[in-house]
Ligand binder design. Structure first.
Ligand code: GDG
Length: 438
């Protein structure tokens, strides 16, 4: 959304996969115009979808970048396809480029795009933003091709991460390759330098707040509130992904009910988890595991008039989510690892400042670098998360208000507009440096 806002402001082309998979040769780019934005979308072949998207991107890079090495698998032909698709994207993008365009590439699926564009003679400033964490070099080294990926990242003029930890890991990895970055490269006269920096992504704070206030009358929201019968509500909203720590979170909720029997029948936990990346084995497995886990917890603790967990494996519209957040006492955001986690920020923005719900947040999410006034947890520490849920459910109003206010200040200072403006400015500056060096 932040990128679309930037495009709306400056005009430009959104280029990417349209989500369609075709059996023959993929068509595109197909061009559609909306005001000053052109959408140039392309299809993926079945082979590219399997090897490039499900394979190298989501079964090699995603688990390594999230330190979840048990899910990691590597196949050379998947990496070959990853490079091939990036090269194809570059070739399809080039005819759409104008000399003054800035190129902003997003995420781990497209790391080699800049090197492919440069190889074809493109001289425009090119920036890259990584939405996931960037791992420590010792985790990265399980990838047989990590050196190639690092070198490909050096083809960008600006490389952006969410947190200082990610940036440090990147610089360490470069150092380990003796690919010196920043000042050293400049000093050695090898132009252009890569400018790597942190650009923690923000949200549309007022937009979330407005949505949350306007939609309280919706049917879904009223039904949800009705079925609470005055109980306190805990909520989680996550893409169904093993990195989001859902199994651990369910176990922590069970521990809460075990360790604090007085709380039984006084709380309800709603977990919304729309399916993502179905077709990747690990994602199908986690869906099954969660259904079983929710069933077991409900079987063990439910009463005639009380269902402890409602697990909803489906999506809701954004307005409904924001209104749910506003009705919630405790937001649960406990990923095992996350680049940032926007749900944490949206939850805070949606609250009523006079009587805000409290956020329980994983220290291993990028958002914990900014939302230090949440109740911070280690998501692997099941007892610790159960305690944190209990603490958040019982936190006095005054403390909730203070913590909420300080978190909201953080969100306002670095909202979605600040994020994209800083990145675009960095890219403009890098473009000037590039021209000066040429
Ligand atoms: C990647 C990184 C980083 C979720 N369920 C529904 C729904 N959502 C929306 C949320 C939120 C977004 O999807 C999810 O964003 P997250 O940040 O939580 O997670 P990822 O999808 O893994 O995103 C992450 C992010 O990129 C941005 O840089 O923070 O670390 O992994 O906005 O509200 N939206 C609707 N219905 C749903 O059911 N409408």
């Amino acid at each position: 959304m932040g990128v679309l806002a930037a495009l709306r402001e400056h005009g430009g082309v959104w280029f990417g996969w349209n989500g369609r998979v075709v059996s023959g040769d993929p068509a595109g780019p197909k061009l559609e115009h909306d005001g000053n934005i052109t959408y140039a979308t392309i299809e993926l072949s079945e082979r590219a979808y399997e090897l490039y998207y499900n394979g190298f991107s989501n079964t090699s890079l995603w688990p390594v970048f999230h330190y979840l090495l048990g899910f990691f698998r590597y196949e050379r032909r998947e990496f070959d396809e990853y490079r091939r698709v990036n090269s194809l994207f570059a070739r399809k993008l080039i005819p759409l480029l104008k000399p003054d365009d800035l190129i902003w590439v997003h995420d781990y699926h497209l790391i080699p795009l800049a090197s492919e564009l440069r190889r074809a003679g493109v001289r425009n400033p090119i920036g890259f933003f990584l939405h996931t964490p960037f791992p420590a070099v010792e985790a990265l080294r399980v990838l047989p091709v990590y050196e190639q990926l690092l070198r490909a990242m050096c083809a960008y003029d600006v490389v952006g991460f969410h947190t200082l930890r990610d940036l440090r890991c990147f610089n360490d990895a470069l150092e380990s390759l003796s690919l010196d970055s920043g000042a050293d490269r400049r000093a050695s006269g090898r132009a252009p330098p890569i400018n790597a920096d942190i650009f923690p992504i923000g949200i549309d704070v007022e937009g979330c707040h407005q949505l949350a206030m306007q939609t309280g009358e919706q049917d879904n929201v009223q039904r949800m509130v009705h079925h609470l019968h005055g109980r306190q509500l805990l909520i989680g909203v996550d893409r169904l992904d093993y990195s989001k720590g859902l199994e651990e979170r369910f176990r922590a909720f069970a521990r809460l009910l075990e360790d604090y029997p007085a709380i039984r029948n006084q709380v309800s936990y709603i977990q919304i988890a729309p399916t993502s990346r179905s077709g990747v084995r690990a994602y199908d497995d986690i869906r099954e595991a969660l259904e079983q886990s929710a069933g077991m917890i409900n079987g063990r603790f439910a009463d005639i008039d009380w269902v402890p967990i409602r697990y909803l494996n489906r999506a809701f519209d954004r307005a409904t989510l924001m209104a749910f957040f506003r009705e919630t006492n405790v937001g649960l955001v406990t990923p095992l690892r996350d680049g940032m986690n926007l749900v944490a920020k949206e939850f805070v923005a949606a609250q009523d400042p006079e009587d805000p719900g409290m956020l329980v947040l994983s220290r291993l999410a990028g958002a914990a670098h900014e939302l230090t006034d949440a109740v911070l947890v280690n998501p692997y520490d099941i007892d610790g998360v159960a305690e944190a849920m209990h603490r958040a459910l019982h936190m006095p109003l005054e403390e909730r208000r203070e913590r909420h206010k300080s978190m909201l200040d953080v969100l306002r200072r670095n909202d979605i507009t600040a994020w994209r403006t800083r990145f675009v400015d960095a890219l403009l500056t890098a473009g000037q440096q590039r021209r000066a060096a040429e």
